[in-house]
Design a protein around this ligand. Structure first.
Ligand code: DX5
Ligand code: ZN
Length: 206
């Protein structure tokens, strides 16, 4: 299982948070972007993403992703993930992400069923299961979302799809056992709101 560290809620500045993550075994930095429309919160501009030694997974929680895709398809970005619940044409956005040479992902809100992403699954490299409602860090994992992990894994095996399954929200040393069938876990406040990032990561027993 791989680890992506979300820098959304941290005790440190953006630069220090990134520098600290650079010194860990984490596989990715998970960059949450919110526009104040898709979710009520709005993230400030990130300034130091170029300092990351880890590849970036950009998680767009925005209602019109197009412009954000070009903005974030620079640097060390590995994947861009957009929400399935928006009105824009999802298939074209996936194509656009691919045209920038990046992996494309769709995110699924807790109340959205897996059916909603089914038409796109064969084109995706990433499916992100929101295990909290999008908008802020430090929330409690919603157990009602967890069935999606095994369901998406079963569908992937049956249809020979290639997407990786990511879980995002409320991952800590107490909840990690519930999501062990995911390929990548996102963990934010559990790591970034501590003094010792390496110690917290070792508690996840990945
Ligand atoms: C929630 C974000 C998550 C969140 C994870 O809207 O998409 O990535 O920051 O943070 P924790 O691990 O604190 O739930
Ligand atoms: Zn996220």
């Amino acid at each position: 299982m791989k680890l992506a560290v979300s820098i959304l809620s941290s005790n440190y500045s953006e630069l220090e948070t990134i520098n600290r993550i650079n010194e860990t075994k984490a596989d990715y930095i998970h960059v949450d972007v919110m526009d104040g429309k898709f979710v009520s919160e709005k993230t400030k501009e990130y300034e130091y993403l170029y300092k990351s030694k880890k590849k970036l997974n950009v998680h767009l929680m925005v209602s019109s992703p197009f412009n954000y895709i070009s903005k974030y398809s620079v640097l060390n970005t590995d994947a861009i993930i957009i929400p399935v619940e928006i009105e824009d044409d999802i298939a074209s956005l996936i194509e656009y992400i691919h045209s920038r040479g990046l992996k494309a992902g769709l995110a699924l809100n807790p109340d959205t069923s897996v059916n909603a992403i089914e038409p796109y699954l064969k084109k995706l490299e990433v499916v992100l299961i929101m295990t909290v409602n999008p908008g802020k860090g430090g929330q409690k994992m919603l157990d009602s979302t967890l069935y999606k992990i095994d369901l998406l894994d079963k569908m992937r095996k049956e249809k020979k799809y290639k997407y990786k399954i990511v879980v995002d929200g409320g991952v800590n040393d107490k909840t990690i056992g519930k999501v062990k069938n995911a390929d990548i876990v996102v963990s934010g406040s559990f790591i970034c709101k501590s003094e010792d990032y390496n110690e917290q990561i070792s508690k996840l027993n990945l």
